[in-house]
Write a protein that binds this ligand. Structure first.
Ligand SMILES: *Cc1c(COP(=O)(O)O)cnc(C)c1O
Length: 219
């Protein structure tokens, strides 16, 4: 029989089985405005883990990228710069948000977007840069931040593969307006399916929560 090496088998132990069973037995599978008690707790703990003020959980990393672009105001006709080498969801999110993905070459040393090539791709329609921290290696966020500042662009960091990564000692999101995470089964950390947007910006966090809950808002 041919044996496969499980390269990304999720670690599921008794603790996880007990936690899920407890939720099922509680009959509380959702809460007010998009997050039940466990999701709320997860958001708080994840925010601490990535040293950020707000964490907003969604159903996938793709949804996280989509609503992040929406929450910073990306609209039809805008351009979003992203690396030519990433998982396709990064580009799909830009299209779902109505914008046009503009691909910039990667640095073959890091496999991440080459900051030296970003400025040549900026037009008057460019509104955001979406660097991707591929395979757990952070993009060169310091340089990207400088470029974004100079051209007044938002940074949505795709950290779907970068839980626990650091850049100059800082977690993903530190140099960005928002970071987006995936908890898909093959990622560094999993909930089966799931995603999160993290941000230090109160207004963006409010936008994210409103988008997540179909326009409803907590009083
Ligand atoms: C997995 C992944 C996504 C999408 O996350 P899903 O939870 O699968 O929707 C986006 N970007 C990158 C770089 C990814 O690896």
């Amino acid at each position: 029989m041919r044996k496969m090496i499980p390269v990304n088998m999720p670690l599921i132990g008794e603790e996880e089985v007990r936690a899920v069973t407890k939720v099922l037995k509680s009959h509380i599978l959702t809460g007010r405005l998009g997050s039940g008690p466990n999701v709320k707790q997860f958001e708080e703990k994840f925010a601490k883990f990535v040293k950020t003020k707000h964490a907003v959980a969604v159903n996938s990393g793709s949804a996280a990228l989509h609503i992040a672009l929406w929450a910073v105001g990306i609209k039809t006709g805008d351009e979003v710069i992203l690396p030519s080498f990433t998982f396709i969801a990064s580009a799909e999110a830009a299209i779902l948000a109505g914008s046009r993905p503009v691909f910039v070459d990667i640095n073959p040393q890091t496999y991440n977007i080459d900051p030296k090539k970003i400025e040549a791709a900026i037009t008057e329609k460019t509104k955001a840069i979406m660097p991707v921290d591929l395979y757990g290696l952070s993009a060169e966020m310091g340089q990207i931040r400088e470029i974004a500042k100079k051209h007044n662009l938002k940074i949505i960091e795709d950290a779907a593969q970068a839980h626990g990564a650091t850049y100059k000692g800082k977690p993903p999101g530190y140099f960005a307006d928002m970071a987006c995470w995936s908890f898909y089964a093959s990622k560094n950390m999993t909930t089966g399916e799931g995603g999160m947007v993290t941000t230090n910006n109160d207004e963006y966090a409010e936008n994210l929560r409103i988008i997540r809950s179909h326009g409803e808002k907590e009083e």
